[in-house]
Design a protein around this ligand. Structure first.
Ligand code: NAI
Length: 216
């Protein structure tokens, strides 16, 4: 497929298309019009057509979209046709919760290792994956084709650990620590902050209350 610059706004919407199309596939739907998809996703049909036109459209006039084809193509765009090996650094509350979430594998993200500094966690296994100590980290990354590191450690240590990861050749960091990481351009960072999502929720509660004359 021809590669061209696609806006980050479109990229942010693609996982949602992928999820809906996956659900359609599972329920045996073979094709869908942009209008039907629009009703399900509560996005305008023109937005859907515009978004998907970025990739050559995939649709045919009067036929709609071939669900399997569109699902596969969006999966390719999102880089999901190949497995991505990942490790989790920090086996505390959040690290363990993520490690326990088996559905990442369905999306080609394969948990290969869990690391921590706390010796009492050594050898504990989560879904068959043992917690290892940090002195094994660099060799483990190099020897096990690890692409992504998930950072679920305190923010005070995240910058140093990120540096170690870069030295070991990690390609990407999924960062949950509330700190900006200073890494070279070739290392991709995606930061996740649940509290930002909660603040958006709070804003929308307030806005709804104001619009409907309800007390805050
Ligand atoms: P936790 O205290 O339960 O777990 C942190 C783990 O990191 C501990 O097991 C600790 O031994 C380990 N650790 C500390 N220093 C380390 C190092 N240098 N190398 C490897 N492991 C190390 O904390 P919790 O609740 O799991 O939170 C983890 C991080 O995630 C915190 O920074 C927290 O602020 C953040 N967080 C972020 C959220 C988000 O939405 N981005 C949501 C919840 C937590």
């Amino acid at each position: 497929m021809e590669s061209r610059e696609i806006s980050q706004a479109v990229i942010r919407r693609l996982p949602r298309y992928y999820r809906y199309l996956g659900e359609l596939l599972e329920s045996g739907v073979e094709r869908i019009s942009s209008n039907d998809l629009s009703k399900r996703m509560k996005v305008t049909a023109s937005q859907i057509r515009q978004d998907l036109n970025n990739f050559g459209g995939f649709g045919q006039q009067g036929y709609g979209y071939n669900v399997k084809y569109l699902y596969t193509e969006i999966g390719k765009i999102l880089g999901l046709e190949n497995d991505h090996n990942f490790i989790i650094i920090g086996a505390g509350n959040l690290g363990q919760a993520l490690a326990n979430y088996g559905s990442f594998e369905k999306r080609s993200f394969v948990l290969k290792g869990i690391f921590d500094v706390n010796p009492t966690l050594k050898g504990m296994t989560i879904r068959g994956v043992p917690v290892r100590m940090m002195d094994e980290l660099k060799d483990y990354i190099r020897e096990n084709d690890i692409e992504i590191a998930v950072l679920t450690i305190p923010k005070g240590v995240a910058v140093d650990v990120a540096r170690e990861l870069v030295e070991a050749g990690i390609q990407a960091i999924w960062n949950f620590a509330h700190v900006d990481l200073n890494v070279p351009d070739h290392v991709i960072v995606e930061s996740v902050h649940l509290s930002e999502s909660l603040m958006r929720l709070s804003y929308n509660i307030n806005r709804y209350h104001e619009e409907h004359g309800l007390k805050g």
